[in-house]
Write a new protein. Structure first.
Length: 67
C-alpha cells in the first residue's frame, strides 16, 4: 500500500534538487568550470552541494566598465 504523503515528499525533494541543480549547472557552465560542472552533474546531493557551489565556491565575473 502506497502512502500519499511519502510520494508527495519525494516529489517535493526531486523538484527542490532539480531547481538548484539547474542553477548550479548553468553557473558552472557559464564560468567554464569543467570540474565543477562534472561533479554537479554526476552527484545527487538533494541540492546541498549545488547551494554551496552557488553561494560559496563560484564567483561571478565582474564586468569591466570603460571609463
Amino acid at each position: 500500500m502506497e502512502e500519499p504523503g511519502l510520494f508527495a515528499l519525494i516529489m517535493v525533494l526531486v523538484l527542490w534538487s532539480s531547481i538548484w541543480k539547474a542553477f548550479a549547472l548553468y553557473r558552472a557552465g557559464s564560468l567554464r568550470s569543467v570540474p565543477w560542472f562534472t561533479v554537479l552533474f554526476v552527484l545527487n546531493t538533494a541540492g546541498i552541494l549545488e547551494i554551496l557551489y552557488l553561494f560559496v565556491f563560484s564567483k561571478k565575473k565582474q564586468k569591466e566598465v570603460a571609463a
